[in-house]
Design a binder for this molecule. Structure first.
Ligand code: ATP
Length: 242
């Protein structure tokens, strides 16, 4: 069975003045895949994610996301994706339910759809009893799972997660990855950046970026074979130290 391409990037360049932040990136991401986008600080990951989310215009290259063009159809891209940033964008002084209502409205869902989605997602998180709690009063791990649930409440084709697990403990990170698996099984493509190499092991494929260029792209298993490494941590260190 041939894989359906959901993101296609050909020769993406992004320059800020003379500085090249994304240097000739080419890759494809398949439907339902968990794609890890790795790189050291400043490698150019957020720059590329912003382009893929329709928030920033490429300097050159051919880029299509969920079937839409990254130059001319950015509004269509935005309607078909979800995005969770390093700083979760939940409103701290609103309750859990109010956050669902607020974002559901932004995504264009009607009242009934918002109610149904809120119920379904809170059941999945086992947080029904907490629905009237103010966000500022709940633990970081809950906030992170809620931010993720809100990012997929409009059933996007792709969800972009930019360092979603920063600052949370290993058990909560593991639970968060279970949510990611479930989401990918439903057919939503997950595009994730992380600095945790144990998380890279959970991805179907990962790319590794150094100084604006992708220098490796494969499944974790194949990368470990190729670079004769025991772990993704070792692969990453070998590639980024050179
Ligand atoms: P991190 O892991 O720290 O989030 P990153 O891989 O996401 O890093 P980017 O945020 O994409 O890296 O930044 C890549 C490079 O581009 C950095 O050197 C950054 O300073 C530069 N850069 C990003 N945005 C701009 C901008 N608007 N103007 C000029 N330079 C920029």
């Amino acid at each position: 069975m041939s894989k359906e391409i959901i993101i296609s990037v050909q020769n993406l360049m992004k320059k800020f003045g003379q500085f090249v932040a994304n240097d000739d990136l080419s890759f494809e991401v398949y439907k339902g895949e968990i794609f890890g986008f790795l790189g050291a600080n400043g490698a150019g990951k957020t720059t590329a994610i912003k382009i893929l989310c329709g928030l920033s215009t490429p300097t050159s290259g051919k880029i299509s996301v969920a079937g839409f063009d990254a130059y001319t159809q950015t509004n269509k891209i935005k309607h078909n994706i979800g995005y969770m940033s390093q700083k979760f964008s939940l409103y701290e002084d609103l309750t859990i339910t109010e956050n669902f209502r607020f974002y559901g409205g932004i995504y264009g869902l009607n009242k009934k759809q918002i109610q149904d989605k809120t119920k379904q997602l809170l059941e999945r998180l086992k947080l029904e009893d907490a629905k009237d709690k103010i966000i500022s009063s709940i633990p970081l791990g809950w906030k992170q799972k809620l931010a993720f649930s809100i990012a997929i409440m409009h059933d996007p084709k792709i969800v972009f997660l930019d360092e979603p697990t920063g600052g949370v403990d290993p058990i909560t990170r593991r639970q968060f990855w279970e949510l990611i698996y479930e989401t990918a099984h439903q057919g939503i493509t997950v595009f994730v950046t992380t600095h945790y190499m144990d998380e890279a092991e959970y991805c179907d494929r990962v790319s590794i970026m150094v100084d604006g260029k992708i220098i490796a792209l494969n499944s974790p298993k194949n990368l470990k074979n190729e670079y004769q490494a025991k772990s993704m941590d070792e692969v990453f260190l070998k590639l980024t130290r050179n």
